[in-house]
Design a binder for this molecule. Structure first.
Ligand code: ATP
Length: 360
């Protein structure tokens, strides 16, 4: 078990600032995920921790010991890659033994360590196969077994599931989490998939533009996104224009509907009122507002049936675009483009961002 402290890490590629003064504390045994869109710096950070890249400045400590200037093979980290990176000419057993042999571990010890790693990833029965005789998911388990066989103090994973099909990805993420918990191994995981990040992690760290936007538990990230970028990235992607009136109440600019009072709210400040698609209700016809619900008349623009969910795109009569995700019912499935509907959401579901950016 190992804690990881990243202190003021900065890294540029020529004129591109890929990491800007990154500060992160990771508790021993935590599953910590770097989440962000392409180009946000997550791979650069992971590879800097691994020792494949070197920072311009800053410190990386594992259990309080500085590792940032050590070569990769001395850092005690295990790495699992997106493209599996198994050696095609070596059997499953030899792939898993590879790192142990390189560490000059005695052959008497290698055998039980390989067997244990293969047991953990449930590949014992395929130990003699060659990589081309394995599925993508099985190859990725070999990659994981190879990484854990050397008893790393920290496990690093760079989008390990992204080459797998959707069903396998979901199966394997549960399995990865189980293995990580059983072993109690501090893990730093990179993904651009918000659902994967929320489902697997103790802490999710959302990055954008080489800067940490928020690091918190999945629930906190989802319930209280620190800014508009985080809200949008974790799926709260309806944004309605609002402002704070002279009473200190948040209102929707276009309708004067009151969202709620804001303690210390400065009047005439512009705000963005955000709401998650799954918090938006859609019903046929026109309905009056209730105490709890904000309601808007509008029209259907598009409906997509995606199995367990129905995705509805609409426009309110005020001109705002609204997206809703609903449980499919025969009534809703019968809706067509242009149909008049009422969009509604509970006032408590609104997330408010002052100046369109900060705070709840
Ligand atoms: P992805 O999900 O696409 O891998 P990422 O979030 O992991 O993206 P990085 O690969 O860390 O992002 O890249 C961060 C920034 O640094 C990007 O602007 C990228 O273009 C730039 N960058 C990465 N590697 C290099 C390099 N070798 N030379 C120059 N610029 C680079």
């Amino acid at each position: 078990m190992a804690s990881v402290d990243i202190v003021n890490i900065r890294k540029s590629y020529g004129p591109v600032l890929a990491l800007s003064d990154i500060d992160i504390q990771i508790e021993s045994g935590a599953f910590f995920t770097l989440l962000g869109p392409s180009g946000c710096g997550k791979t650069t950070l992971l590879r800097t921790i691994a020792g494949f890249h070197f920072q311009d400045s800053g410190t990386i400590l594992v259990n309080g010991r500085e590792i940032q200037n050590m070569p990769a093979h001395k850092r005690g980290v295990g790495m699992v890659f997106q493209d599996y990176a198994v050696f095609p000419h070596l059997s499953v057993t030899d792939n898993v033994a590879f790192g142990l042999k390189r560490k000059k571990i005695s052959s008497a010890l290698i055998k039980p360590k390989v067997a244990e790693a293969l047991r953990i990833v449930q590949l014992e029965e395929l130990a003699h196969r060659m990589p081309h005789e394995l599925s993508g998911g099985q190859q990725q388990r070999v990659g994981l077994a190879r990484a854990i066989a050397v008893d790393p103090t920290v496990l690093l994973m760079d989008e390990p599931l992204s080459n797998l099909d959707a069903k396998l990805r979901v199966d394997l993420r549960g399995e990865l989490r189980r293995i990580q918990k059983d072993m109690g191994m501090t893990t730093i995981y990179v993904t651009h998939d918000q659902e994967e990040a929320l489902a697997m992690s103790d802490v999710v760290c959302v990055m954008f533009g080489g800067i940490i936007q928020q690091a918190a538990s999945p629930f906190e990230i989802y319930r209280n996104p620190a800014n508009r970028f985080v809200a949008n990235f974790v799926g709260a992607n309806n944004f309605l224009a609002g402002n704070i009136d002279s009473q200190g109440d948040a209102i929707l600019t276009t309708s004067d509907l009151k969202v709620r009072s804001i303690e210390g709210g400065i009047s005439d400040t512009k705000i963005a009122v955000s709401v998650r698609p799954e918090a938006v209700n859609v019903s046929r016809g026109s309905h009056a507002a209730s105490d709890d619900m904000l309601t808007f008349d509008g029209n259907i623009r598009q409906i997509s049936f995606i199995g367990r969910e129905l995705e509805v795109h609409g426009k309110t009569h005020l001109g705002d675009d609204v997206r809703a995700i609903l449980r499919p019912t025969s009534d809703l499935l019968g809706l067509a483009e242009g149909d008049p509907v009422t969009f509604a959401f509970n006032r408590d579901e609104a997330i408010l961002f002052e100046n369109g950016e900060t705070g709840r």
